[in-house]
Design a protein. Sequence first.
Length: 266
Amino acid sequence: MRLVSSSLLVAGLVLLAASCQKPHTCDRAEATGSEPAVPKGFVSLFNGIDLEDWTVRDPQNRDWQVADGVIDCDPQEGPGDRNLWTAGSYGDFELLVDWRIKQSPYINRAAKVILPDGTYKKDDAGEDVLIEVPNTDSGVFLRGQHKSQVNIWCWPVGSGEVWGYRTDPAFSPEVHASVTPKLRADRPIGQWNTFHIVMKGDRLTVRLNGQRVLDNAQLPGVPARGPIALQHHGARRDGEWGASFLQFRHIFIKELDAPPRPATQE
């Protein structure tokens, strides 16, 4: 693999750094200082006080806490499953979740450039083009498995990618392309972002900050049901996968396959 040093790539990296490292400015929800109303048909998965509707499989749990009304990940290195899981399991659903990258002190010095079809950009010698990007990494696991993770990171392709399906050679080029973001809709580090995730059958649609980044992507073999998780990465160093310096808030879900509620008796 060769590192690309052309002036065009340098200019692109400057723009990426600006978008990923711009100082935080308050968005509308922060400016109002008020909690949003639960959207119609949804229920809240986070009460803003504790992790009542969540479970941590690491009994010591030094990674996940509630601070100032948000779920805060202070990632530590260690063995085992250190992700934060919902207590309930879900099949077909709509999920709303706010997230932000608090900081990104480490660097991935060999990130690949992902093309719209899910393949990697090559140089004239046929080697993968490698670039430097901020190295914070997390995501949202769907239906109980890492493979169906909606990614959160600072790579140029943007958040919303489903890494486990895009990189699996068992799947078709059509599947690889469908789980690759159509555009980069991430806000700068420190600012809040909103995922709107719709999972129906084996089809996934993801909106990020109101922009559709995945549209009816197919996830072959995805389980019919399972819990949702917020991903933990604990590596506090430069490298391929960065520590999950993230916060989450305003998490709401609408089950699309839940039985109808009985009519209220007057």
